[in-house]
Design a protein around this ligand. Structure first.
Ligand SMILES: C[S@@+](CC[C@H](N)C(=O)[O-])C[C@H]1O[C@@H](n2cnc3c(N)ncnc32)[C@H](O)[C@@H]1O
Length: 284
């Protein structure tokens, strides 16, 4: 299929990008790629290597500077389903306040949980789903190659700033957990932290994790779920419509059941705080 590439004129980096795309020799489902490379106008050649990855049809296409939402939708190759679009908008609106809103719980609990879980990840090729503002990045050991995806561009822009704080190699891509543009059996480990409270169809998303995880790989989930205690459960169900409409996340998800419904096998389940914050390890 003919690929038309629009770029700025006489831009060396654009020419590099074009030849990279053409040399890939992949069957694209679309015939137009827009490259808005304005922000790279004054950049040096080696900058190209520091730009996050974008995947199309499961293939690395170009280290791309995260820029224009429309462009990324074209690259994602599929429009988001309306329910995911709503969640994306909520997180994009919430992105500037996200870190601040969690500051206290992050300091008291989340940090130490992240440190422990990420320090014990097995394998080299890691997929992080719903990376948000990149809060996990500082805790990856140096031997990891992480592909970190999220649906919200403003969240990923913040994550970009945290790449420097990581010892691991981190590549970012905008992608929907329910529709991962990644090949089957391609990751040694998958990590999600507080994500399946937000993905509109969690079972579908978890099935995607199962698909891209190697048969001998592991899926690590740090999630908050609906309490089983009557008073707390009633309160969480009552409050849920507010958290969804303001921030995009549910506080009454039954994630353990969803993991089973997706056909994954749970090998470890641990309550970290009450029966609400859970750490789960599953396998395909
Ligand atoms: C509560 S935040 C958690 C962010 C991060 N993992 C952390 O631990 O701070 C949930 C994240 O999931 C992302 N998300 C929601 N639905 C998604 C989907 N369908 N695909 C990919 N990411 C999604 C949101 O954009 C948001 O960044």
């Amino acid at each position: 299929m003919e690929i038309t590439v629009y770029t700025r004129k006489n831009c060396k980096l654009c020419q590099e990008a074009i030849s990279k795309i053409k040399n890939l020799n992949i069957q694209f489902d679309f015939d137009l790629i827009l490259i808005d490379i304005d922000n790279l106008g004054n950049a040096k050649g080696e900058y190209l290597d520091k730009i996050p990855l974008i995947y199309i049809n499961g293939q690395e296409v170009f280290r791309y500077h995260l820029d224009d939402r429309k462009l990324l939708q074209i690259l994602m190759n599929k429009p988001l389903n309306p329910r995911t679009r709503i969640i994306e908008k909520r997180y994009s609106r919430f992105a500037p306040f996200y870190d601040l809103s969690e500051f206290i719980v992050e300091e008291i609990y989340f940090k130490k949980w992240r440190e422990k879980i990420l320090g014990n990840l097995k394998g080299v090729k890691i997929l992080e789903v719903g990376a948000g503002t990149g809060k996990n990045f500082p805790y990856y050991p140096a031997d990891k190659e992480v592909t970190a995806i999220d649906i919200s561009l403003p969240m990923l822009r913040r994550a970009e700033n945290r790449i420097r704080s990581s010892k691991a190699v981190i590549n970012l891509a905008i992608m929907d957990a329910e529709n991962l543009a990644l090949p089957d059996n391609s990751f040694d480990a998958i990590i999600t932290t507080y994500v399946f409270c937000s993905v509109p169809d969690p079972v579908r998303g978890l099935k995607e994790l199962k698909r891209v995880c190697r048969p001998d790989g592991k899926i690590y989930l740090l999630e908050h779920v609906l309490s089983t205690k009557l008073f707390m459960k009633t309160f969480m169900n009552w409050l849920n419509p507010l958290t969804v409409s303001l921030f995009g996340y549910n506080i009454n998800r039954r994630t353990v059941d969803n993991i089973k419904k997706a056909g994954l096998t749970i090998i470890e389940e641990k309550n970290l705080r009450s029966d609400i914050f859970k750490f789960i390890i599953a396998k395909p």
